[in-house]
Design a protein around this ligand. Structure first.
Ligand code: ADP
Ligand code: F6P
Length: 324
């Protein structure tokens, strides 16, 4: 029989993602409904080490479900990557009577959660990242808002690109993962989609594609470039020089990470937050919540971190057929 959980904590870590607030709200309200106290840890693991810990009640999480960012703040914390930092984190938890923590973040944050659980603090992870790059889950909180924000922005750039008969390189987020680029590339009808997972750095292929499309009467040429490939501005200069077609770069940047979460992000965040609080209160530890094959499930963090995920080949092939 698991030890009785009396107090749980919640923190957000790594890059913020729209829907994190909905997840915090769900953790708090579900925890309270189960009769445990809930504390908010500010600024991720950095705030844990600095003892930036506040009491949360139902009202503390009122009117946040529609807000982007995270009310708790987030941070990257190198000290927590060290064993000393992790030991200190566990001591702080014990000092504040925190029996377990819900960590909302990406797989870096999961490693922190895994370390905390090894130090005897029960931990449950929730996938919060706009990148969709967590292998154990088909969905990560923030992805839907980010792709919709990017899609709308790309539509606007396309209008001006067509009017001026220009080529446009639009850089979307994703340092290591091309999911935002792939989804927007398909949804915006891009002519070229460059993904960090499989781009061969052969610009001549793109140049030939642009020239061919222009001959066929296409008025614009949209290239979606993922942040991980980057260098959109210099790429634009080289393409313009090689094709003679005016080429502009637009880097969408952090606008993709902010903003009010979509219904889908609020829904997944709410269910995942509630699920996490639920299993934490049951005494489970070293688990992550995931959405897999149409169901909300949980996995052992070690197993989850060992899983691999790549760009689905079929989806990429379709994107190429449709861009012709
Ligand atoms: P994300 O969670 O979005 O992947 P990061 O990779 O930046 O973002 O990780 C967020 C934070 O998680 C880091 O700043 C660090 O505090 C913690 N973290 C990352 N990797 C580890 C690790 N190997 N061990 C312990 N903590 C880690
Ligand atoms: O994880 C989300 C993300 O936006 C990635 O796409 C990007 O590589 C990274 O965060 C950038 O984060 P920051 O600029 O905050 O270091």
């Amino acid at each position: 029989m698991a030890e009785q959980i009396k107090t749980i904590g919640v923190l957000t870590s790594g890059g913020d993602a729209p829907g994190m607030n909905a997840a915090i709200r769900a953790v708090v309200r579900t925890g309270l409904q189960k009769g445990v106290e809930v504390k908010g840890i500010k600024r991720g693991y950095a705030g844990l080490l600095a003892e930036e810990i506040i009491d949360l009640n139902r009202n503390s999480v009122s009117e946040i479900i529609d807000k982007g960012g995270t009310i708790l703040g987030t941070a990257r914390c190198m000290e927590f990557v060290t064993e000393e930092g992790q030991k200190k984190g566990a001591e702080v938890c014990r000092k504040f009577g925190i029996d377990g923590i819900v960590v909302i973040g990406g797989d870096g944050s999961y490693r922190g959660a895994q370390a905390l659980s090894k130090q005897g603090i029960n931990t449950i992870g929730i996938p919060g990242t706009i990148d969709l790059d967590i292998a154990c889950t088909d969905y990560t909180i923030g992805f839907d808002t980010a792709i919709n924000t990017a899609m709308e922005a790309i539509d606007k750039v396309r209008d001006t690109s067509s009017s001026h008969e220009r080529c446009s390189i639009i850089e979307v987020m994703g340092r290591n993962a091309g999911y935002i680029a792939l989804w927007c590339g398909v949804a915006n009808g891009a002519e070229d989609i460059l993904l960090p997972e499989n781009y061969d750095y052969n610009e001549q292929t793109i140049i030939n594609n642009i020239i061919q499309n222009r001959k066929r009467g296409k008025k614009h040429h949209i290239i979606i470039n993922a942040e991980g490939i980057g260098h959109s501005t210099s790429m634009a200069r080289r393409i313009e020089a090689a094709t003679g077609i005016e080429t502009r770069a637009t880097i969408l940047g952090y606008m993709q990470r902010g903003g009010s979460p979509t219904c889908k992000d609020r829904f997944y965040a709410s269910i995942m937050g509630s699920y996490a609080a639920d299993i934490l209160c049951q005494g489970k530890t070293n688990r992550v919540v995931a959405y897999s094959h149409g169901e909300f499930v949980d996995y052992d963090i070690d197993e989850a971190l060992a899983m691999k995920k790549g760009i689905p080949e079929y989806e990429y092939e379709v994107s190429k057929i449709l861009s012709k």
